[in-house]
Design a protein around this ligand. Structure first.
Ligand code: NAP
Ligand code: ZN
Length: 353
């Protein structure tokens, strides 16, 4: 075992603060990575503040962070996919049983024994739970390490590891292609990636935002139209017209307003995970045989496919790079929808702590 610096929270009401954590020495299948950037996902905030306690309780201390990019510093003797110096990424998962039908199908995110990057029991017993990417170094089984395309800027690649795959996977699953009318609800970290990806897939993209000042940006990011969702007349114009809507909203909101915008057999997928349940009116589904579904990140093979797709289309996240010392301030800004459009932590800032 060795020590590395990290930022952790010790309770649901504590700020994140400097800490030292233990990591295991790389075993034969492991890759040791120096973390260069880590994105801030709204899930980090939900987890730190234990907002998902009904579903998955947080164990403290928590070291969040699952949008990790960095450079390989050491590999185990059986590692074939990577070598020292490679630019790599790690997303929301670091292990799974590799034997169940979901793992066999490349859907590790639905494995009953999946190990998430933070707040999952640590199989290696280095600590009670896994610790995430707000840290200088991490050790991960090579199966869960991704190749980063050489042409992409690392600070902007970090968010692809969660926001990128979480939007890419349902867009692909529900057949978003040229000619489809696609809505993206909420222009935050996930939403802005959804816009870029759906646009690159050839869809007609409509952004729904509560922030009128994000209109120009939405168009620049690839939207064909922007609707300020608090304006019911603007919403009504799109009634019954969407093939697919991706809902990335992090807080309670009226899902029925969006269900009513779907056409016959249209689908709305929730990726946003608000703390409190959403109310669904039966008639919103019945009229138009509409579908309401959800999606959880994406499998490892699909994450690599997404990264390669981003490499080909020159897609990265629009990031505001911050030092780790600004992380608590960044969380407050997330709650005010004040991020354009993802915070990416420059981990060099942690070395001086
Ligand atoms: P984010 O950057 O904070 O973006 C959320 C956006 O939702 C905001 O920018 C805002 O967009 C909109 N919004 C916020 N509060 C709202 C409200 N009260 N009513 C209506 N709209 C509101 O968050 P994120 O990192 O993209 O994450 C979004 C959600 O996805 C979180 O709940 C996160 O936990 C979840 N998530 C799920 C998965 C998964 O696998 N399913 C993966 C990652 C994240 P506008 O300003 O444009 O309105
Ligand atoms: Zn995330």
């Amino acid at each position: 075992m060795y020590n590395t610096k990290a930022y952790s929270a010790v309770s649901a009401t504590s700020p994140l603060a400097s800490d030292t954590i233990a990591r295991r020495d790389p075993t034969e299948h492991d890759v040791q990575i120096e973390i260069l950037f880590c994105g801030i996902c709204h899930s980090d905030l939900h987890s730190v503040r234990n907002e998902w306690s009904d579903f998955m309780s947080t164990t403290y201390p928590i070291v969040p962070g699952h949008e990790i990019v960095g450079q390989v510093t050491q590999v185990g003797t059986a590692v074939t996919k990577f070598k020292t110096g490679d630019r790599v990424g790690v997303g929301c998962m670091v292990d799974s049983d590799d034997t169940c039908p979901n793992c066999k199908a490349g859907l590790e995110q639905f494995c009953q024994n999946v190990t998430f990057t933070y707040n999952s029991p640590d199989k290696h017993k280095t600590a009670p739970v896994t610790y995430g990417g707000y840290s200088n170094s991490i050790v991960v089984d090579q199966r869960f390490v991704l190749r980063v395309p050489p042409n992409l800027d690392l600070a902007g690649v970090a968010p692809l590891l969660c926001a990128g795959i979480t939007t890419y996977s349902p867009l692909r699953h529900w057949g978003v292609t040229e000619g489809k009318k696609v809505g993206v609800v909420g222009l935050g970290g996930l939403g802005h990636m959804g816009v870029k990806l759906a646009h690159a897939m050839g869809a007609h993209v409509v952004v729904f935002t509560t922030s009128p000042d994000k209109k120009e940006d939405a168009l620049r990011l690839g939207a064909d139209e922007v609707v300020v969702s608090r304006n019911s007349d603007e919403m009504q114009k799109h009634a019954g017209s969407f093939d697919f809507i991706l809902d990335t909203v992090s807080a309670k909101h009226d899902i029925n307003a969006y269900l009513n915008l779907l056409k016959l057999d249209g689908n709305i997928t929730l990726v946003g995970a608000p703390e409190k349940p959403l109310e669904v009116a039966a008639f919103s589904l019945i009229m138009g045989r509409r579908n309401l579904s959800g999606s959880n990140i994406g499998g490892i093979a699909e994450t690599q496919e997404m990264l390669d797709f981003c490499g080909e289309h020159n897609i990265t996240a629009d990031v505001e790079v911050i030092p780790i010392q600004k992380v608590n301030e960044a969380y407050e800004r997330l709650l005010k929808s004040d991020v354009k459009y993802r915070f990416s932590i420059d981990m060099a800032s942690l070395k001086s702590e």
